[in-house]
Ligand binder design. Structure first.
Ligand SMILES: [Zn+2]
Ligand SMILES: [Zn+2]
Length: 338
C-alpha cells in the first residue's frame, strides 16, 4: 500500500509499505479520507525525518477485524478512529482519554505509529467510533482531530446563545471553532492575519472578523462588545501575542480555552485572571465518548462542515497537498480515497 512519510525540512514522499493485517484486538481500516492538521506542519517543517506514516485524522471503512472483535463492529462499517492508544486499562484510559495515559501512549500518524495518509491503517478496535450516515468521510476526518478540538474547547466553556466568542486564529481549527460556536448559538468574532481565512470565517458564520495587522485586536473586540469584552475566547493559533490578547479582550467572569500549541507567553495574573474572576482552561482534543458526541452534534445542527473543506487531494498528490497547506491560507485540506 501507499503511505506518506515526512522527510524533514518540508519534504515528503509516498512510499510502498506492506498491507497491514489485523491481529487479536485489532482492526484494519481502509482509509476513505484523511485530514491534514496544523500539528502535521510541526513535523513537516522540522529538521527530522520520520519513520512512520503521517496522518492522524483517519476515517474509512473496516476492512478486516482480528480475533476478539466486539459484535457491534462489522467489516464494512463506516468508522472514525480516536487516533491514540494508551495502556487501555488505567483510569485515564477508561475515561476514553488514552492520549493522557500516565503510562504513555502512541498517536497514530503522530510519529509513534503509522497513520492515515495511506491506503490502510492498523489500529486497536477499541479506538473505532461509528461515523453517522449523514456525515461524509471528509467530515469524519475533520472531526477526528482539528474540528473536534475546537468543538471540545467551546464545549468545556459551555458556550451558548448568551455568549460572544472571540476565536483567535482562523486556520482549520479556528474556522471549526467559528462554525461550531455559531451552531451553539453564540455571536462569533474571528481573528486572523490572513485575509483569505477571514473571508472563509465570514462564509462559515462569523459575525465580525478582525485582522490584527490592520487594527488593535483587543480594542476592536471591546468596541464590538460595548466595552465589555468577549464572554469566551478560544485560542487556536498558539501565537504568544494572541495568547495574551485572548485574556486582555475578555470581559469580567469570562472564560478562555487554549487549544493551539505554540510558544510560551507571559500572563498578567493580577489583571487578567484574579481581578477578572476569569476561568482559564486547556484542552487537548477530546475523549472517545466526546468524539461520539461531536459527530452527533454535527449531524443534529447541520453545521457547514463541507464548506470548511476547501481542498481535496488524492494521496498521489501528497507533495502538492502539504506544500499548499504549508502556505497557511487554506481552509481544511483532506486526502480523499475511493
Ligand atoms: Zn492508560
Ligand atoms: Zn491534529
Amino acid at each position: 500500500m501507499r503511505g506518506v512519510v515526512f522527510l524533514g525540512n518540508r519534504e515528503a514522499e509516498i512510499r510502498d509499505f506492506p498491507d497491514p493485517q489485523a491481529g487479536p484486538g485489532e482492526a484494519v481500516v481502509k482509509i476513505r479520507a484523511s485530514g491534514l492538521c496544523g500539528t502535521d506542519l510541526h513535523s513537516y517543517r522540522s529538521g527530522q525525518a520520520a519513520s512512520t506514516i503521517s496522518g492522524h485524522e483517519p476515517c474509512g471503512v473496516i476492512e478486516e477485524l482480528g480475533a476478539g472483535a466486539p459484535d457491534s463492529l462489522k467489516v464494512g462499517d463506516r468508522v472514525i478512529c480516536h487516533h491514540y492508544a494508551g495502556c487501555g486499562t488505567c483510569e485515564v484510559c477508561a475515561m476514553g482519554y488514552e492520549q493522557l495515559c500516565p503510562h504513555g501512549h502512541v498517536t497514530y500518524g503522530g510519529g509513534t505509529a503509522h497513520g492515515a495518509n495511506a491506503d490502510y491503517i492498523l489500529v486497536p478496535t477499541r479506538t473505532l467510533v461509528s461515523l453517522p450516515d449523514e456525515l461524509s468521510f471528509e467530515a469524519g476526518a475533520a472531526i477526528s482531530c482539528g474540528t473536534g478540538t475546537a468543538w471540545n474547547g467551546l464545549n468545556k466553556m459551555h458556550v451558548s446563545g448568551k455568549d460572544t466568542v472571540a476565536v483567535f486564529g482562523q486556520g482549520p481549527v479556528g474556522l471549526s471553532g467559528t462554525l461550531s460556536a455559531k451552531a451553539m448559538g453564540a455571536q462569533v468574532i474571528g481573528i486572523d492575519v490572513v485575509p483569505e481565512r477571514l473571508a472563509l470565517a465570514k462564509e462559515l458564520g462569523a459575525d465580525h472578523v478582525i485582522n490584527p495587522t490592520e487594527t488593535d485586536a483587543v480594542q476592536a473586540i471591546l468596541e464590538l462588545t460595548s466595552g465589555m469584552g468577549a464572554s469566551a475566547a478560544l485560542e487556536t493559533s498558539g501565537n504568544p501575542t494572541a495568547r495574551q490578547q485572548a485574556l486582555e479582550s475578555m470581559r469580567p467572569f469570562g472564560r478562555a480555552c487554549y487549544v493551539g500549541a505554540g510558544a510560551a507567553t507571559e500572563i498578567d495574573f493580577n489583571k487578567n485572571v484574579i481581578f477578572k474572576v476569569a476561568t482559564i482552561l486547556g484542552s487537548w482534543t477530546f475523549s472517545k465518548a466526546e468524539l461520539m458526541e461531536i459527530a452527533r452534534f454535527m449531524v443534529d445542527t447541520k453545521a457547514p462542515l463541507e464548506q470548511l473543506i476547501t481542498h481535496r487531494y488524492d494521496l498521489d498528490q501528497a507533495i502538492e497537498a502539504f506544500q499548499t497547506f504549508d502556505g497557511a491560507t487554506t481552509g481544511k485540506c483532506v486526502f480523499v480515497m475511493n
